[in-house]
Design a protein around this ligand. Structure first.
Ligand code: HEC
Length: 129
């Protein structure tokens, strides 16, 4: 009897949670005022070509030497100026790729796009940025 009770309680709880996640998940829509334009597309290519993901994560995927970049753009403690500085000069461990200004603009467009569409990363159920 106890087993049935435990099973039913867990089943009800998981079902409730599934519905909750499903409903709150579908409420979050990506903003439409920012598009994946040609600059952002070029930025994504550069991101892949230079294998930024070997050190950085987007949406939690990638290497762990460098910081997660998904919400760097809107993070009040990081932001576009700091990001640009690293792309222009490299850092202590971040290589200097000697990008042109145009290439950096493209990377920034891409990371801005990623940030703007990372709605669930910024939702109040998750911690901070
Ligand atoms: C060899 C590993 C490595 C690679 C490859 C790399 N980075 Fe980094 N990056 C880092 C590290 C580590 C930092 C933190 C600063 C430091 O210690 O130099 C950083 C910092 C940054 C920052 C500043 C973020 C912040 O909040 O401090 C940005 C933006 C960035 N990298 C973008 C890129 C992009 C775009 C690429 C690909 C073109 C790239 N990185 C490739 C290691 C790397």
């Amino acid at each position: 009897m106890l087993k049935i009770y435990v099973f039913s309680t867990l089943f009800a709880a998981y079902s409730f949670y599934t519905v909750l996640i499903y409903l709150t998940g579908t409420k979050e829509t990506a903003p439409t005022n920012i598009s994946f334009d040609s600059k952002a597309q070029e930025g994504k290519k550069i991101y892949q070509q230079y294998n930024c993901a070997s050190c950085h994560q987007l949406y939690g995927l990638g290497g762990y030497l460098g910081p997660e970049l998904t919400t760097d753009y809107s993070n009040p403690e990081r932001g576009p100026l700091l990001m640009r500085a690293f792309l222009e000069n490299g850092g202590q461990r971040m290589p200097n790729f000697h990008f042109s200004k145009e290439q950096i603009d493209c990377i920034m467009s891409y990371l801005r796009y990623v940030d703007a569409t990372a709605v669930s990363y910024k939702n109040p159920y998750r911690n901070g940025y």
